[in-house]
Design a protein. Sequence first.
Length: 308
Amino acid sequence: MHFFNRAALVTAVLVFCLSAAGCSDNDKDKNNSTNSKPAADKSSSQAAGQDSRTDSSAEDSSDADPAGEDYSAGPMLTAMAERFEKPYTYSVKVTYSDEPDDVTEMTVASDGENYVSLSSGTSAEGLAPDSAYLYKDGKGSLADMNVGAYVETQMDTQSIPQSIIQNKLEQTNTRIPSDTEGMTVEEYTYTAASYITVYNFYFDSEGEPVKYTAVYSVEGEDDLVETVEITQLSEGADEQLFDGSFLDGLKDFSAMTEDERLAFCQQLCTDLNISTDDMKELDITPDDFKKISFDQLQTLVYTFGSKQ
């Protein structure tokens, strides 16, 4: 799976933003774009600063609501979700079982009105994530420093615990390991027609969230395991993160004319060593650059881009 796709997933979930309980069928497609999430999209979300997420768009959430109006989540996840209803600063480290040496670090902050998520990391091959999403004063901007541009857009800023509760995911115990490392684990499962996503949340003896895992199971494919270590979850938003300085020097992708977009994309491909053969693998021609979407360009960049 391409790193960029993975990133989107991350970005989405964590980002609590970026994306949603499971992935849509396309999410696990292994040939999609940034925020479109192939097989556990791990990329644009990142760009936005999102980590895995709950996908309420894939199917009616009532399908995952066996308890009807009597639904209630476990006490620890409920307490965790309540912390995201107040101003907070949250940081995580994300890895995936298929590329364990690739690490994405994300920081998210919200003061109740403004929201920001920042993603960076390391990658054994290709480009490491370097993106951000800022919602401030009623305006949202998704930026990607590897692309060198940003686009105005609105993204979901709900946390994974909040999304799980809103979508009333069933509490299960199918994948809780025998060794929980001395921690209490609450598990939640999202079941769709062709895939299953299982979340395990780990809490220490004080009830503090330590990490969570998301296992993405698709028929005919190996399970993908996302591990999210929580390095910070504190009250109050770090206001310095809202300054939007990461937008400095980036191009406004939405404001480009077709000719400007063509020239920008051609130069980007030259800088990142992306060939026309690479483009063909994603069914992109140079002429398509005139109308290419930001998501499509991100997918191309993270799938084939490299810096000398």
